[in-house]
Design a protein around this ligand. Structure first.
Ligand SMILES: Nc1ncnc2c1ncn2[C@@H]1O[C@H](COP(=O)(O)OP(=O)(O)OP(=O)(O)O)[C@@H](O)[C@H]1O
Ligand SMILES: [Mg+2]
Length: 255
């Protein structure tokens, strides 16, 4: 196995609030890492730093050996990192299919003139993008609903559509911010199977934030507990995490 992501000494502050302090993490290719912890612990902030939305005060984020700090979100997505958002960010008035096609836009290899005249590579590229988007919709179980407005899909399907959209850029690393949020037990079980399937199919490494402990236990091979921006515990054994008194006090005990 080789290292895909290496975060070291990461500190991100907003004014006086130190959201993340000296965070580090090593992710091996093919792994599934879970990030858990109470509300406001700094979990989403870590994702926002990795994807270039925030620039940290200090620290380094290496993806496949290359520094991401200082690079733009679009550039980081193109490098091979896909993500979903805690609060769903789809284009609600576009169809399910259009949402996925737009996300896969980096595939575009045609020139401006070809786009304007619809000649040459343009037609081929557009057809290929549409086909790829359709394949992804089929994988997430939305193929029968490709024409529906994203905003009118049920919540669980919007979450799946977000994942299809994240996959459109053909990522090697996928960040999932609370994929099971708002789901009941049956839906979370389906989600777990679905995440396993896409991980295998696309050889993904997954870094996920989740509050549903059953989802974390089923999927993750290592777990980090964050509290007030700092690492409280880290283990490959969920039982160990569940028994850790400071984790129980800061997080699990309050469930
Ligand atoms: N853009 C911002 N400006 C100011 N403060 C921010 C910003 N983003 C996050 N914070 C603060 O940083 C801290 C960590 O927030 P973050 O969203 O990373 O927490 P979280 O662990 O994802 O919580 P939750 O489980 O509720 O999603 C919070 O105190 C939050 O208010
Ligand atoms: Mg969050």
């Amino acid at each position: 196995m080789s290292r895909i992501l290496g975060i070291s000494n990461l500190t991100m502050a907003f004014g006086g609030v130190r959201a993340v302090q000296q965070f580090d993490l090593l992710l091996e290719e093919g792994g599934v890492h879970g990030l858990i912890g109470p509300n406001g612990a700094g979990k989403t902030t870590i994702f926002n730093v990795v994807t270039g939305i925030y620039r940290p005060q200090s620290g380094s984020v290496l993806f496949e050996g290359r520094e991401l700090v200082g690079r733009r979100p679009f550039d980081i997505a193109n490098a091979g990192i896909g993500r979903t958002f805690q609060n769903i960010r789809l284009f609600p008035n576009l169809s399910a299919l259009e949402n996925v096609i737009i996300a896969g836009h980096k595939d575009a290899s045609y020139g401006m003139l070809e786009a304007l005249t619809h000649l040459g590579r343009y037609g081929r590229v557009v057809r290929a993008q549409r086909e790829h988007a359709r394949e992804l919709l089929a994988i997430v179980g939305l193929d029968a609903r490709e024409k529906e407005r994203a905003g009118s899909l049920p919540y669980g399907l919007q979450r799946r559509l977000e994942i299809a959209r994240a996959l459109a850029i053909r990522p090697r690393l996928l960040l999932l911010d609370e994929p099971a949020a708002g789901m009941n037990e049956e839906e979370s079980v389906a989600l777990v199977n679905f995440i396993r399937e896409i991980r295998r199919r696309f050889s993904l490494t997954i870094f996920m934030i989740e509050h549903h402990m059953d989802v974390v236990t089923s999927l993750c091979d290592e777990i980090t507990v964050l509290n007030f921006g700092k690492i409280l515990a880290r283990s490959s054994c969920m039982e160990e995490i569940k028994k850790n008194p400071s984790v129980v006090e800061a997080y699990l005990g309050k469930e």
